[in-house]
Design a protein around this ligand. Structure first.
Ligand code: BJW
Length: 248
């Protein structure tokens, strides 16, 4: 760990970890941007905005149906990076909060408990009439009814599209203001407000900031420390260093 920031990180330190699509790539789920990314073959405006859903709900539902089926496939499981973060939460004496932009459930499957899905969850559906949120593991269609209000053709994926407010922002900003270590893992730094978290943390002047990503992200230069390489290698190594430091 970088000497300057690392020295401040003791066992009681509060840690906030932001994760993005890159942490799930080695589990078999594609990231959004770049070659082979999810947006290849789809136009962002056609699948990830409320306007797109209003205009063409069938196409949007199909995009999320495909991803839900993929996520529930037998070959998809948490990788060493998800497991290392769950171990960090179990063993670290201070507070550890994972804030994920991902809508998959791989952090939960790895055993993480203190978790915020700021962009929602693929395995849930939300009623556009009464706002009830339901667990959902199958395809979504206009024939489904909301179990709470019985409205038909009202269910949408429980995800946050462009132009919508991410979830639990008050809790996230409170945690960012109070943390001693901020880690960003597998995110391109192109989507706000998550891309701005590193600046929020730096404004407090307290926390050490670390980026763990395959390559430098759009906001990489704002971090005090950067380590590049695949998450399944970088994250377990970083967590092992932290745990060794705390004596846990
Ligand atoms: C690896 C790896 C490996 C690969 N190991 N690493 C102009 C300026 C600023 C903001 C705006 C603006 N115009 C509009 C906005 C706001 C807009 C925005 O940011 N737009 C940008 C495009 C400019 N944001 C919003 O609208 C948000 N809402 C909002 O701002 O509300 C107002 C507000 C105000 C104040 C406070 C709070 C709110 C909502 C954003 C919703 C984003 N939704 C999506 C879809 C969710 C559902 C779904 O999954 O389909 O969220 S878009 C998509 O991008 C998804 C992701 O969560 C998000 C971020 O992507 P991520 O995770 O970074 O993935 P990638 O693919 O981009 O990067 C992966 C990285 O991993 C890469 O760097 C790889 O190198 C790396 N990698 N393999 C380690 N093995």
């Amino acid at each position: 760990m970088h000497a300057e920031g690392g020295q401040r990180i003791r066992g009681e330190a509060a840690i906030v970890v932001l994760t993005g699509a890159g942490i799930s790539v080695e589990s078999g789920l594609p990231s959004f941007r770049g070659a082979g990314g999810l947006w290849e073959g789809w136009r962002l405006e056609d699948v990830a905005t409320p306007e797109a859903f209003a205009r063409d709900p069938i196409t949007v539902q199909r995009f999320y149906d495909q991803r839900r089926r993929q996520l529930l496939g037998e070959d998809i499981r948490p990788n060493a990076a998800h497991l290392a973060l769950a171990e960090l939460e179990r063993r670290w004496p201070g507070e550890v909060l994972i804030v994920t932009q991902n809508i998959d459930d791989l952090h939960e499957r790895a055993g993480t408990r203190n978790l915020i899905h700021m962009h929602g969850e693929l395995l849930k559906a939300r009623c556009t009439a009464c706002a009830a949120v339901h667990p959902w593991r199958s395809d979504l269609s206009s024939s489904h009814r909301c179990a709470a209000c019985a409205g038909q053709n009202r269910l949408r994926p429980h995800v946050v599209w462009f132009g919508e407010l991410p979830l639990e922002m008050d809790r996230i900003y409170d945690a960012l203001a109070a943390c001693d270590l901020f880690l960003a893992i597998g995110t391109s730094g192109q989507v706000y407000p998550a891309a701005g978290f590193v600046e929020t943390v730096r404004a407090t002047g307290q926390a050490h900031t670390v980026e763990l990503n395959l390559e430098p992200s759009a906001t990489g230069s704002l971090f005090a420390e950067q380590r590049h390489g695949p998450a399944s290698e970088r994250v377990p190594r970083f967590v092992a260093e932290l745990l060794a430091r705390s004596g846990s």
